[in-house]
Design a protein around this ligand. Structure first.
Ligand SMILES: [Zn+2]
Length: 84
């Protein structure tokens, strides 16, 4: 899953991404995963596990760049009961 994310990461210098870039990465990565799921012969249990892992990676990516995955706000301005 890490490879799936870094492939679509527009920056190689480790600079902090904007929420627009994060959302684009999210969308592209999600699309890649859906397409892969369609051709994959894995069982649904496996697929669910992979989706969970992918979502955890996305949450981590958002957090690393200072944004909340739940509400898309800066962590300091998060409106969730707890930043996701
Ligand atoms: Zn939030």
């Amino acid at each position: 899953m890490e490879a799936l994310i870094s492939e679509t990461n527009p920056r190689k210098d480790g600079a902090v991404l904007t929420i627009f870039e994060l959302n684009r990465i999210y969308r592209d990565s999600f699309q890649n995963m859906v397409e892969w799921m369609e051709i994959s012969s894995l069982t649904n249990d496996w697929k669910m596990g992979i989706i969970d892992a992918w979502q955890d990676d996305m949450k981590e990516l958002f957090r690393k760049n200072g944004f909340c995955y739940g509400c898309n706000r800066k962590l300091a301005h998060c409106v969730c009961s707890e930043p996701i």
